[in-house]
Design a protein around this ligand. Structure first.
Ligand SMILES: [Zn+2]
Length: 108
C-alpha cells in the first residue's frame, strides 16, 4: 500500500548505541570497524553491507556524541577503547546538512 510511516515499524529493531533507544533497523546508521591509514577506526556503513560485526546508531550528532562519551562503539564492536570514530562524526555532519534541507520527518 502506501509508504511505511511511523505508525508501525515492520522488520528488525535495533538498539542505538548512543541513547540506547530502540528503533527500526532501517532508521539507524550501521557502523563497523575498518582500516584507515592502516589503523582500526569506526566507519559509517550507510548501506549496511560491510562484513563483520556492526553497531547501530541514530543518524544524529547527539547520539554520536553519547556513543563517543560512553565508548559505546568500542564496546559494541569489541575493539580497543581508544579507537577513533571521527569518520562517523564527519559523515553525520555532512548528512545533517543534507537532511535539514530535505525535511527529516518524511511528512510530505
Ligand atoms: Zn539514539
Amino acid at each position: 500500500m502506501a509508504l511505511p510511516d511511523d505508525s508501525t515499524l515492520p522488520g528488525p529493531v535495533r538498539t542505538c548505541v548512543g541513547c540506547r533507544g530502540r528503533a527500526a533497523k532501517c532508521e539507524l546508521l550501521r557502523v563497523t570497524v575498518g582500516l584507515v591509514d592502516g589503523r582500526q577506526a569506526i566507519l559509517p556503513d550507510p548501506t549496511a553491507t560491510a562484513p563483520g560485526r556492526g553497531a547501530h546508531l541514530h543518524p544524529s550528532t547527539e547520539c554520536y556524541d553519547l556513543a563517543v562519551r560512553r565508548k559505546a562503539f568500542a564496546r559494541a564492536l569489541r575493539c580497543e577503547g581508544g579507537i577513533s570514530a571521527a569518520a562517523v562524526g564527519t559523515y553525520l555532519d555532512s548528512k545533517t546538512v543534507m537532511d535539514t534541507t530535505r525535511n527529516w520527518s518524511k511528512s510530505s
